[in-house]
Design a protein around this ligand. Structure first.
Ligand SMILES: Nc1nc2c(c(=O)[nH]1)N[C@H]1C(S)=C(S)[C@@H](COP(=O)(O)O)O[C@H]1N2
Ligand SMILES: [Mo]
Length: 200
């Protein structure tokens, strides 16, 4: 009985349905930042959405929260082979954010911009088909720590975690995918963990 239970348990936790190929589970939450951690207070926060939109918009902290807060629990998969299960996030869904602008007909992709200069691109189709994608301000019941991207970070759990920009302050709508920071250094333009789109 004991053996059977633990086999089932392992299967549930580590099974191929849940852990993408080439990944290992960690209970820790590693910090992966290129460069220094920008110190961003809630009062410094603003989010601008611009580019292929009829009219650009900008939200401060209060306005951002007033758009509507949702909760999601999901797994994150870093291209450096660690995965972490059951991250509980609170934030504003991408769907809600994108509904704040009228996209021009040619809109195809979003470049996330961060305090400190980091960028990463995600196709609109991938953002829209991920109903967990959001800009989050809390993780496992706590405000997101500065080293993990607080006050506000992207969470796009259907793609490798480098697509989840920390310290987000802008979403630039593009007519086509353009490589962001890591993508320019050879990371994949899309980054699907299930088909191991690690590098291009
Ligand atoms: N602004 C910014 N966002 C970033 C990064 C970064 O260096 N700067 N690193 C990316 C990478 S490579 C990963 S794996 C995750 C790591 O997030 P964590 O440090 O919270 O684990 O953030 C992503 N978002
Ligand atoms: Mo990463």
């Amino acid at each position: 009985m004991t053996t059977l239970y633990s086999e089932q348990h392992e299967d549930r936790v580590d099974g191929p349905d849940r852990l993408p190929p080439g990944q290992r589970l960690t209970e820790q939450w590693p910090v992966l930042t290129y460069g220094a951690t920008p110190q961003v207070e809630q009062g410094d926060f603003s989010l601008r959405i611009w580019g292929e939109v009829e009219e650009e918009v900008e939200f401060d902290w209060e306005q951002f929260l007033a758009l509507g807060v949702e909760e999601r629990t999901n797994d994150i998969h870093c291209v450096t082979h660690w995965s972490r299960y059951d991250n509980h996030w609170e934030g504003v869904l991408m769907e809600t954010l994108l509904a704040q602008v009228q996209l021009k007909p040619g809109a195809a992709s979003v470049m996330f911009h961060s305090f400190g200069g980091y960028t990463t691109n995600v196709a609109l189709e991938d953002l829209r088909s991920d109903d967990h994608a959001m800009l989050a301000f809390s993780h496992d019941g706590e405000p997101i720590a500065p080293e993990h991207g607080g006050p506000v970070r992207g969470v796009v759990p259907s793609l490798y975690f480098w697509k989840s920009a920390k310290w987000v302050n802008g979403m630039e709508i593009l007519p086509m995918d353009r490589p962001g920071f890591w993508e320019m250094y050879g990371y994949h333009l899309r980054g699907d963990p299930w088909t191991e789109e690690r590098y291009s």
